[in-house]
Structures are given as C-alpha cells and as structure tokens.
Design a protein around this ligand. Structure first.
Ligand SMILES: NC(=O)c1ccc[n+]([C@@H]2O[C@H](COP(=O)([O-])OP(=O)(O)OC[C@H]3O[C@@H](n4cnc5c(N)ncnc54)[C@H](O)[C@@H]3O)[C@@H](O)[C@H]2O)c1
Length: 496
C-alpha cells in the first residue's frame, strides 16, 4: 500500500511540473489543495489563487524544470517529498536559475492526494519575485536548514464536513462496535439524545453528566454507567468536557471513543487526559485515551455562542503558538500550526459578524483541528502551564483564561523563539503577533484581563510560586520576576 502511495505521489509530482511547463494552470490547480501554501526561494509566499494568477500573468515563466526526488516520507495521509528543484525560468522577464533543495507536501482527502505546500531548502541562489523581499523577510525566511527532528504520527481518523454527523452510525459499525454510550454535558443533553436516536440499536443510551475538568466522582459515575450499559465504545458529543469524560472512562476500560467536537478546544486530537481530585487537576498522556475516530461537523458549531466561539478559538490558537516553539516540534507540525492560526484569525471576525456564516464556521473548525493536532503531537510550554495553574488553583474559566494570557505569554517568549515568529507573522499578517492577538481578542469582544475573570492581586504570588515550582520547557528562562510581571500585566489587561 505504501509503495503504491509513493508511486502515485511520484506520478503526481511529474504531473504538476508538466502542467506548469505546459502553462496548463487549470490542470495544475486541479492537483492542488485549495489551501495550497507555496513558498518561493526568497521566502515570499503565494496561495493557490495568487500563484496561479502570477503564473498566468507571466510573472513566473518556467522553461525547464528538473526535480530529482531523494525521499518520499509517508505519515498517515500526508506525504513529504524531499528532493531538489532545478529550473530555468523568467521572473518578471529576468532570467533566473534555481538549484535548491525542496520539500513538497501532499495530503490525502477523500482518497485523493492533493498538493498542499511547497518550501525550498536550504537557502538557494533565490528566484526574484515581482517585488524584492525586505531585510526583515530575508532574515525571517522560512528557507532554512531543516534541523534534526522526530515526529510520531498519532493514529487518527478524521471525517470533516457539514452534515457529516449523519455518517456516525456507519462509523460505529465500521469500527466493529455494537453498543456505544453517548456522552455530553447536561447543557447538550438534547443533542446527545438526537445522536442516540440516530444510532438506534447501536446506542447504549445517553450519559449527559460531563463537567469541566472531569471531577473524579463524575468519572466514577460515568464508568459505572458504561459498565452497566455494557457499552463497547463511547461517542463524546461536545467540547473538551465531554471528550474529557470519554477519556476518563477509556483510561480505565480502554475501548474506542468517537469524538464529535462542537467547540475548538482540540481535546479530541490528543492522548492527554485530565482528572480533578481534592481540588487538584492531574493530567497525563496515554495512547488509549486518544479518540479512534473524530467527526468534525461544522453545523454543530452554529449554536456555539459568539463569546465562546472567540475564546475557544483563542484556546486553539494557543496550542499552535506553543507548538511552533515546542522542544519536540517538527516541520510538519509547524505547517499545521501556521495554517491553523491563519484559518482561525480569518474565521473568528466573520463568526462575530454573523454567527450563522457556515463557511466561517467550517474554516474555524478546520483551524481547530490543525491546532488540536499540534497540541497532541508536542509538549506545551509556559502559556499552557500558566493557564493550567489559573484554571486548576483559582478556578478561572478555561477558554477565557487562554484568551487573556496568550498575548502576554507570547510577548514574554517571542524574542526567544525565532523559529516560531516567521510562521506567526505570516499567519497573522502582523509584525508583532502578540500585540495583534491582544487587539484581535478585544475587537472580538473577549474579556481583556484576568481581573475580569475573577483573579485578584493577592493571588499573583501563589500563581508565581506554582508556575515556577517545577522546571518545564520554554524558549525563555522562566523566572519568578518574569512570571510576576507577565501575570500582573495580564491581571490588569496592560497594553502590549
Ligand atoms: N485533554 C486535552 O487535550 C484538552 C484540550 C483542550 C481542552 N481540554 C479540557 O476541556 C475543557 C474545556 O473544553 P471546552 O472549552 O470545549 O468547553 P466545554 O466542553 O466545557 O463546553 C462549555 C459549555 O459549552 C457547551 N457547548 C459546547 N459546544 C456547544 C455548542 N456547539 N453549542 C452550544 N453549547 C455548546 C457545553 O455543553 C458546555 O456547557 C477543560 O476542562 C479543558 O481542560 C482538554
């Protein structure tokens, strides 16, 4: 199977170069994912639309392309083609020769491989674009030596699209399950009952008692319910709380979870569980809690109130931001993280303007998927540690806390995370991503300070002590003074 996929990818690589040489840009576009990200040798980047437009306008006019492939790396439904790009072309009428390393990314959707991203590497002689890159762009170019990395793909199966909830019974059967317990919060009980009805004899009933941060008592109760219902799997419908309850049961009994997320929190993409006992939240990683299958149906997010959509979206962006400077990051994670941020910052303003905008809802959920996958594959740093402390010890609301803290945590780290900044600048279109995220959150009506969420001046020292007690990875040294300043700014909603 892998050999067949590799052979197919090699064929498609030939086809895309042939199409460009033949100036058949319609054929080229058909091979591409609509979200193609094409980075030129000087770091300038095109979308599918802008690349095709430039080619049609003759800005890029290829005469010769050779593209020896060195390796095709298959990671689930993603293929990385590592090789060289040797070409003669005219750029704005100027003869240019390319001779550089190249990385092409293909993704499989609905059984068809699509060209998703291209990036040259290492820094080549450089093609000239219609404009010269600024010094800053040169400095921050994505074209860099790919450092050593490890990447472990999580076995996940994703179904995405409006109306895909209808495929749930088929999905349950295809996993060989006979009786699944539907989990939700009390607030989403009606939705859980509809889902149960849709499942018919495949349903073992509804347990709509999920709570934020999974109190241990609620996990015990759900485990008893799963046992008495003789369930052989679970369907977790809702946000991180429902998924979290499914994980708490799976931690004890194993058995597959099918997640149907209705927020942007991203828990469905991670093997991370959380349980709260005696006021303390413990988290851990265990592959058996990773949902086996995830159905992302944007229609289910139409009811997510605007305020929650914004803060939940920022919760997702936070995963991507920290994934970009994570100690165990990798090129594929960076691509996902950047695209996730791009999709969310584009979608959230449209959702605020019109919560029923289905395209924006779809974009946001797509971004949330990518950000969640980033969270699942990497180790989070200071921002997540602070939010965990503020949620666990001071009972601050999860998504809102992420929204307020993120710009300050990023401002603390951004001069120490050069690897993350070009991606964040491209995704946000802003020179200072921390200040941009702060402004965006306020513009979209999110809470602006930790004080608004219930934190008090007197809590700061305790939070500093917890957040600095144990060492953890972070691009910048975590000092008491640094964290005190950061939290004081976030407490007061200081300008960035
Ligand atoms: N383990 C992980 O990897 C991970 C990742 C992210 C979050 N989490 C956890 O998830 C929890 C937070 O999750 P969350 O932010 O998704 O909130 P949530 O699941 O607690 O949902 C908040 C409320 O909104 C309701 N809701 C959800 N979707 C809705 C919709 N589409 N329409 C109307 N109402 C809807 C829920 O029923 C609930 O009442 C926290 O406990 C957090 O620690 C875990």
């Amino acid at each position: 199977m892998a050999d067949q996929d590799i052979a197919r990818i090699l064929e498609l690589e030939d086809e895309r170069f042939d199409a460009v040489l033949a100036k058949d840009f319609d054929a080229f576009a058909r091979l591409c994912h609509p979200r193609l990200s094409y980075t030129h040798s000087n770091g300038l980047r095109d979308t599918l639309e802008s690349y095709v437009e430039q080619c049609r306008a003759g800005v890029y006019d290829y005469q010769r392309i050779d593209h020896p492939v060195e390796e095709v790396i298959l990671v689930g439904d993603t293929a990385l083609v590592v090789g060289r790009m040797e070409a003669d072309l005219q750029v704005n009428g100027r003869s240019t020769r390319l001779d550089n390393g190249s990385l092409a990314v293909w993704t499989r959707e609905g059984g068809t491989w699509k060209f998703l991203a291209y990036q040259p590497s290492p820094r080549p002689s450089g093609i000239q674009s219609s404009r010269q890159p600024t010094d800053k762009e040169n400095e921050e170019s994505m074209v860099k030596k790919v450092n050593e990395f490890r990447y472990e793909a999580l076995p996940m199966r994703v179904t995405f699209g409006a109306g895909t909830l209808a495929s749930l019974p088929e999905e349950v059967r295809s996993l060989g399950l006979k009786r699944v317990l539907v989990l939700a919060t009390p607030f989403q009980k009606d939705l859980a009952e509809q889902v149960s009805e849709q499942l018919g004899e495949l349903s073992a009933g509804v347990h709509a008692e999920a709570e934020m941060h999974v109190p241990i008592e609620s996990a015990h109760k759900a485990r008893e319910r799963a046992e008495s219902a003789q369930a052989d799997g679970y369907v977790a419908v809702g946000g991180g709380s429902s998924t979290g309850l499914g994980k708490a049961i799976a931690l004890e009994f194993g058995m597959p979870i099918i997640a149907v997320p209705t927020t942007y929190a991203g828990s469905e993409m991670t093997p991370v569980w959380g349980l709260t006992a005696n006021g303390e939240k413990k988290t851990g990683r265990d592959p058996k809690v990773l949902p086996t299958s995830v159905i992302y149906d944007p229609e289910l997010t139409l009811t997510l109130p605007v305020g929650m959509s914004v803060t939940s979206g920022f919760n997702a962006i936070a995963h991507a931001v920290e994934g970009l400077y994570a100690p165990d990051g990798s090129p594929i994670i960076s691509l996902m993280a950047e695209e996730g941020v791009r999709a969310l910052v584009r979608a959230l303003p449209s959702i605020v303007e019109n919560p029923a905008d289905k395209d924006a809802r779809s974009d946001a959920l797509y971004g949330a998927w990518l950000c969640g996958a980033t969270l699942g594959a990497t180790t989070m740093s200071l921002h997540h540690k602070l939010c965990h402390t503020l949620g666990g010890t001071f009972n601050l609301p999860h998504a809102e806390t992420h929204t307020v803290v993120l710009p300050y945590a990023l401002a603390y780290n951004q001069d120490h995370a050069p690897q993350a900044m070009p991606a964040l600048r491209r995704a946000t279109g802003a020179e200072n991503p921390a200040a941009y995220l702060r402004e965006l959150s306020l513009k979209l009506g999110a809470p602006g300070s930790l004080r608004q969420l219930g934190l008090e001046e007197a809590d700061i020292e305790k939070a500093v002590a917890i957040a600095t007690k144990n060492p953890y990875s972070n691009p910048r040294e975590v000092t008491e003074k640094g964290i005190r300043d950061l939290l004081t700014k976030a407490l007061n909603g200081a300008d960035l």
